[in-house]
Every structure is written in C-alpha cells, then in structure tokens.
Write a protein that binds this ligand. Sequence first.
Ligand SMILES: [Mn+2]
Length: 355
Amino acid sequence: MTRVKKLAEKLIKNNIDGFIVSKPENQYYLSGFSGEGLTIITGNKNYVITDSRYTEQAKDEASGFEIIETKAGFSPFSISFKIIKELGLRMIGVESHSLTVKEYDELTESFKDINLIKTEGLIEQLRAIKDMHEISLIKSAQKITDKAFEYILDFIKPGVSELELAAELEYFMKKSGSQGTAFHTILVSGSRTSLPHGIPSKRVLQAGDLVTIDFGARFSGYCSDMTRTVIIGKPSEKQLSIYNTVLGAQVKAIEHVKPGLTGKDIDGVARKFIQEEGFGDYFGHGLGHGVGLEIHEVPKLSPKGENKLLPGMIVTIEPGIYIENFGGVRIEDMLVITENGFENLTKSEKQLICL
Ligand SMILES: [Mn+2]
C-alpha cells in the first residue's frame, strides 16, 4: 500500500479528502485491478467499484481494497456518490484528463453539495519514478523485444509485405511471453519510411528499401519501446548520410543523459547535431518520452521538456529524419536513469544492418 500512502500525502496537500481514480492505468498502479471500474481513495478506506464481470478478478488482484459490485444498469459513478456521502467527504478530486464530459456532468449533477476538484497527473507524477520491480518488468518486456528483432531479420527480404512482417513479429512476441503489443506496431518500408508513425500496409519490400520497425512488448502491464531501421541491400550515399546523422545524434544524446538535466537539455543535444548536419527541417518530433504502464508517460524529452530527469525514470531516445517521397530513419533505445547516469536497456545492434 506504499503507493496509496504516497498518493494520500499528495491529496492532503491538495485539500482533497476523497479521490475518484478513473484512468485504468492509474487504478492498476494503485490496486493491481486490471478490469473496468472506478477506484476510490480516501486514505484509510479504499474501494474498487466494478461489475459482476470483474468481481472475482478484483478480489484476486486488489488486496487491501474493499470490492463493491454495481447492480446491472448502474454506473460505478452512482455508487461512488453513495460511498462519498456515507463517509461525509466534501472535497472530491477527479482526474480531468481521463473523465469524459458526460461523466463529469453526471458527477456535478449528483454531487450538488460536494466540491469537485479537477486534477491532472497526480498519479502520473508518482508513476514517473519506477521501483526495482517495475524496472525488472520493463527489462523483461525489452528482452522479448530484442529477441523479436533478431528473429524478424531473417524475414526481411524482397517479396514480403509490411503487413506480413508485422504479423510475424507480433506472433513471435506473443509466443515469447508478451501479453500483446505495447502499441500498434509501426512497420514501414521504402519511401513510406518518411511516415514517422506509418501503419503497416500491403506494400511489398524491394531491394534498396529502408525498413523502419518501431515496436514493443507488454509484460505484466509494462511496455517496452524500440525502433530500428535496416536496409535491403546496399545503402545509397543519401540513405547512408541520413542513417549516420540519426545514429550520431542518438549516441551523442545518450552520452549526455544523467539525473538533474531536463528533457529539453537532452533533446537539444540531438537537435543541434541534426541541424549541423543539414537535416534540421526533417526532425519534427520530440526526442523521447517516459515509458511504463503506458507507452507515452512523463517526462517528455522535447524542446518543451522542463522536467528534470531523476533516478528510476525510464525514457526513450529516438531521433529521426523523414524526407517526403524519399524515406526516413529512426533509431530508438530505452534507458533507465540511475544515480550516476543511465543503463541502456536496449541491446539490439544499431549500426546499419544491410540484409
Ligand atoms: Mn517511442
């Protein structure tokens, strides 16, 4: 219950005496419950409200929480109102980044004499710093990812489609213990590699193609995230110069990673390098992001990333260059910030692989 205790301290500071947690990842983080419902935190007594589809599961997963089952047709919000009234709570926090307008209206309607306090990111701030157990789960997810990359290399050849490759990759990850993918696999080839978040298509690979694969596994709820770009055959001069620029930026940014610097500082190192090589107009996204129960978490590594990197954070470093109608390259590793610097969790080769 350490996580609940830490949250309870934050709630007191925010003058909140009851907190309705609606975001699924935050509920899982606090109670271990992985089904649908609501979690209510009051400090002393904490509840998971769910329906009969998940009651048994909730009892198994959420130890220390009182499990309340809603009757068919009743929303968990209506039950939360009952609990809050019975306990005489007056200042109720909600997660404004997770509630729909409809749910918020339903709450305001029922909570006429109660103050609703909109909060954002309270639990996400706690989640940014991973404990040893969480780090080991993310390492396990990344191990599957590294293994899957090695496996898929044999399949990357002229004649196979992006969709077929993505299917093979995802099948292998599931067989290797992944709960599914951490996010929709990005797998693009040829001139489609200029799409930073392109989805796999029926396009068939050809000699001379760059192939970018951005993918991750999921292990006990925790994500991994890695990108590699390879080439079929020999690279042209332009392809090679783009690849080496991205690799140079990525390696340089990683060398700078240490606690106390901001996401903006690290982003700046990669951005400056790419600018100096003449590709500044083609790196349009941030350098990286936190990873955990969600694929994108705090901190942000971007020109707007003001948060300091702290030991226990897990972040990606993923510069890219994308040129319309030509192609692109991205290389992404995932690091854990340590007391003295970092540990790179990604073990896959990142020198250009020519297949
Ligand atoms: Mn990423």
